[in-house]
Ligand binder design. Structure first.
Ligand code: CA
Length: 229
């Protein structure tokens, strides 16, 4: 169920918006104060924000700006004056839509639905595009260049990531250190095959439970390395 946060200090308007959105199957929460609303918007997962402009605490302009710095979640701004809409546009805050009071609740619902559908398509297409390798608790997102070990994210340098991702996408293939060096490092790089050994050691420290008995990257003595499938 999609979850909407309404940040609105006029209780009757907030309740009206909530009632109509709930009738359309949304889960809705209300905050009447800008400061509290912004804190929740940043800390919690919502699918859409409906944001009044004039609020106690932090105003809607600033809330929109801060949400946009952190998230792509759609923002619908609600304003009492048509002039405000020009101001929102002029400020380039990144709001997805604007609606002026008074508005018909059904129009609000229609706009929320349209933005959520568009946002879900966007998220969905990103998921399809992300190239993810998952092997025994090790998850490598090649698109986002992120790595998790049993759900916990680990930080990798560029070359460590490139080397790990290359080995993982060619499982059970034995590569010599020379091959790995020439594939991962460009020709101008300073270094030699010892660089590969150093990087393998660092990768193991980040992904292996016991580096003496590696379960992912195996050393093939006298040859090189392979990623065990
Ligand atoms: Ca207000």
């Amino acid at each position: 169920m999609s979850k909407v946060l309404i940040i609105e200090d006029e209780v009757t308007i907030a309740d009206l918006e909530k009632d109509y959105l709930e009738l359309s199957g949304f889960e809705v929460e209300i905050e009447n104060n800008g400061t509290v609303g912004l804190a929740r918007a940043l800390a919690e997962e919502f699918d859409m924000f409906i944001l009044d402009l004039m609020l106690p605490g932090i105003d809607g302009f600033e809330i929109c700006r801060q949400i946009r710095e952190a998230k792509n979640t759609p923002v619908l701004m609600v304003s009492a004056k048509k002039d405000d809409i020009d101001k929102i546009r002029g400020l380039g805050l990144g709001a997805d839509d604007y609606i002026t009071k008074p508005f018909s609740p059904s129009e609000l619902v229609a706009r929320v639905k349209a933005h959520l559908a568009r946002y879900e398509r966007l998220i969905g297409s990103n998921m399809v595009e992300n190239d993810i390798v998952e092997i025994r608790g090790l998850k490598i997102d090649k698109t986002a260049r992120r790595v998790w070990v049993n759900g916990e994210e680990r930080q990798f340098t560029t070359k460590e990531f490139d080397l790990l991702a290359f080995l993982a996408q060619n499982p059970n293939h034995v590569f010599t250190k020379e091959e790995l060096f020439s594939r991962i490092w460009d020709l101008e790089s300073v270094g030699d095959i010892a660089t590969v050994t150093v990087h393998i050691k660092k990768i193991r420290e980040k992904i292996e439970f016991n580096t003496a008995k590696p379960q992912y990257i195996e050393t093939i003595w006298g040859v090189g390395y392979r990623f065990k499938m």
